[in-house]
Design a protein around this ligand. Structure first.
Ligand SMILES: *Cc1c(COP(=O)(O)O)cnc(C)c1O
Length: 402
């Protein structure tokens, strides 16, 4: 059976050109970039080139790019680094209820360290309201962190406006742009961003490498100590194959950005329109237009997300759901709940995240098999039928909570 990969928000395949280049920097060109000899120098040159490529992708200066082990570490470094370097100025941080756990769990940690965190609510489209950001600011606020594009429902936030507001108030602004960088055009100056997180494996680079953009002049405290690499902000011998792979992925992403967005967004819109035409009792999650090019997220009422995923997998389609089943928990997504969905509607959610390798035929195939799977699952649901129950029944029948 042909397998179809519809989970690009989880990770993407490494571009063959990236993999080939990385192999060269593991075997032939294995030197330590800190070494003075030719083995070191040739790698140092390639690391510098990669830093330039990453900077070019987001409109930054290369000396504002710090390589990390990925998005999670860059998020930790941004929040903890700003918090500890600026604690004399204030102890308040503003973020949102729909952030990735790399942000949310770091904020919870900082709360235990004496920082005060405001988790902004979102509207039914997962959009942060500018007015809420404004009202949350106090004279203690040192940092605002709002993600660029949500990893579950794809909503793109008003980053430029939030950044403008932060700048006017003299507050640092960080954005977790892991879902956006390489998939959506970003310029840190246009968007008024002071710190930005990116991760290679979300745009056809390798896993375990990412970067934090830190605008010149931002006060940031290192979160680990060692040799002086990355100007002592993130010491440790560089992951040179990873860095060079990230640089190549950034170069390719910049080169192909416009054609890729057009192609992926067209497939996204076709899939959304097809599902809405063919399947009743559904709800599109996330903003209809301010949406990541590859994101499709629906709730199918009277359907349980995990069963839907398993049935799609049997048909060769790899997608994702909103419930955090990987962690062994039946709790639905914090993002969908923050948008005001009931537990039961949130439980029936499906995320399909498209990438540059997906084709029109794959969309057609999905539209062919999905209605039948939904119908089959609904026919087994005690809630579905001639006397349909309202989905807002409390408590939740699926996770026995409300
Ligand atoms: C994937 C992801 C991360 C984590 O990045 P890793 O490189 O996997 O650690 C953080 N934030 C968002 C929005 C993501 O999608």
């Amino acid at each position: 059976m042909k397998r179809i990969y519809f989970d690009h928000s989880a990770t993407t395949p490494v571009d063959p050109e990236v993999a080939t280049l990385m192999l060269e920097y593991m075997t032939d060109k294995f030197g330590n970039p800190s070494s003075i000899h030719s083995f070191g120098r040739e790698v140092k040159k390639a690391v510098d080139q990669a830093r330039q490529s990453v900077a070019d992708l987001i409109g930054a200066n290369p000396n504002e790019i710090f390589f990390t082990s990925g998005g999670t570490e860059a998020d930790n470094l941004a929040l903890k680094g700003v918090a500890y370097a600026n604690r004399k100025k204030g102890n308040h941080i503003i973020t949102t209820a729909i952030e990735h756990h790399a942000i949310l769990h770091t904020c919870e940690y900082l709360e235990k360290q004496g920082f005060s965190i405001t988790y902004l609510p979102v509207d039914e489209n997962a959009m942060v309201r500018l007015e809420d950001v404004k009202n949350a600011i106090t004279d203690q606020t040192i940092l605002i962190s709002v993600m660029f594009a949500n990893n579950e429902v794809g909503t793109i936030q008003p980053i430029k406006e939030i950044g403008q507001l932060a700048r006017e108030k003299g507050i640092y602004f960080h954005t977790d742009a892991v879902q956006a960088v390489g998939n959506y055009p970003i310029d840190v100056n246009e968007y008024n961003v002071d710190l930005l997180t990116l991760s290679a494996h979300k745009f056809h680079g390798p896993k375990g490498i990412g970067a934090l953009y830190v605008r010149r002049g931002v006060r940031l405290e290192a979160q680990q100590q060692g040799g002086g690499q990355e100007r002592s902000i993130r010491p440790g011998t560089e992951n040179t194959p990873g860095i060079i792979g990230l640089g190549k992925a950034a170069e390719i992403a910049k080169r192909d950005m416009n054609t890729k967005i057009a192609q992926v967004a067209r497939l996204r819109d076709k899939l959304i329109a097809g599902i809405e035409a063919k399947i009743p009792h559904i709800k599109l999650n996330g903003h209809r237009t301010m949406r990541a090019p590859g994101n499709v997220n629906f709730s199918f009422l009277y359907v349980e997300g995990e069963s839907l995923l398993l049935n799609l997998d049997l048909k060769g389609i790899a997608a994702s759901s909103g419930s955090a089943c990987t962690s062994g928990s039946l709790d639905p997504s914090h993002v969908l709940l923050a948008m005001g969905l009931t537990h039961e509607v949130a439980h029936g959610s499906l995320r399909i995240s498209l990438g540059r390798g997906n084709t029109e035929e794959e969309i057609d195939y999905c539209l062919e098999v999905l209605p039948g799977i939904i119908e089959k699952l609904r026919s087994m649901s005690p809630l579905y039928g001639t006397e349909m129950q309202p989905m807002s029944s409390n408590p939740c029948n699926l996770c026995h909570r409300h």
